[in-house]
Write a protein that binds this ligand. Structure first.
Ligand code: ATR
Length: 270
């Protein structure tokens, strides 16, 4: 079978190899999908040495992946980040399936209607950039991008090119922002340390919250969200499975069924 890989740091707990193996069994496509630890310094060399026909890219390499592509999709350009590499001769084409993955998970799996919703996006790094365009395309009424470093929030908002709908703020503005319909944690704070305190008034009984991380890394934000009254509090496992299905479609021309794979991963935890 052909070889595929996911690159990032840390990578040992990545669920992507299991997800793609499950899709491969389901569709009868033979492939080999491995995880390869790589950072900014050695990513390009390890990618070239891998012999992969396609690759997924996760933290902290999505901007690096974008930079090494000879061609990128429109959604990857809007995000300024690539999570899916497709071999193109001796080079790579880049796409980004993260945003569509998140929107599919929220609307189809969890039954949320995003139209006319007021959305808070915490963080302005690669993860936030990956999902912002798809949230806007889903018809939300307003996107508030809040980041510890306000300049990065400004840059993300500017890149979206919709000053009427997208607003950048610093963390200190949170108490004045009122209640949101959807709160998205796209910071890496819970992976490395503690999230700064969030005012309870950001969420109410009609609010939904999603952390783009999954497993242990999502626990703190989701505990806060439940304490703040959110009815739906979801981690990023559903998004992970949905973005993987979109990558699988790009590589193999077949869209696998995600529900059984999500159920298997969710049941087993971690
Ligand atoms: P990713 O690809 O996960 O977005 P990143 O580009 O390093 O990774 O971005 C990490 C995000 O988490 C940033 O928005 C970062 O805020 P800064 O731009 O101010 O660095 C945010 N973040 C990380 N640790 C944080 C913390 N302890 N408190 C608040 N925000 C944090």
């Amino acid at each position: 079978g052909k070889r595929y890989a996911v690159f990032g740091t840390p990578i040992s707990h990545s669920q992507s190899p299991r997800i793609h193996a499950a899709f491969a069994r389901q569709t009868g496509i033979e492939l080999d999908y491995v995880s390869i630890e790589a950072g900014h310094d050695d990513f390009a060399a390890k990618l070239a040495a891998s012999g992969a026909q396609g690759a997924n890219v996760t933290l902290p390499l999505k901007e690096d992946a974008f930079a090494l592509c000879r061609e990128t999709s429109e959604r990857a350009r809007r995000a300024g980040a690539v999570n899916t590499l497709i071999r193109d001769g001796d080079g790579w084409r880049g796409d980004n399936t993260d945003g569509l993955g998140l929107v599919r998970d929220l609307t189809e799996r969890h039954g949320l209607d995003l139209r006319e919703r007021r959305v808070l996006l915490l963080g302005a790094g690669g993860a936030a950039r990956g999902v912002a365009p798809a949230l806007l395309d889903a018809g939300i009424s307003a996107l508030f991008v809040v980041n510890r470093t306000p300049e990065r929030a400004d840059a993300l908002a500017d890149a979206m090119g919709e000053p009427g709908r997208v607003h950048a703020r610093g963390w200190d503005a949170l108490p004045a922002l009122g209640e949101f319909d959807l709160l998205v944690n796209a910071t890496s704070a819970t992976r490395g340390g503690a999230l700064p305190p969030l005012p309870m008034a950001l969420a109410g009984l009609r609010s939904a919250a999603v952390d783009l991380s999954y497993g242990e890394a999502a626990v703190a934000f989701l505990a806060w969200a439940r304490a703040a009254g959110c009815t739906h509090a979801m981690d990023g496992l559903g998004m992970l499975v949905e973005q993987a299905a979109e990558s699988f479609l790009l590589w193999h021309g077949v869209r696998p069924e995600t529900d059984p794979v999500y159920a298997a991963l969710n049941g087993q935890g971690d």
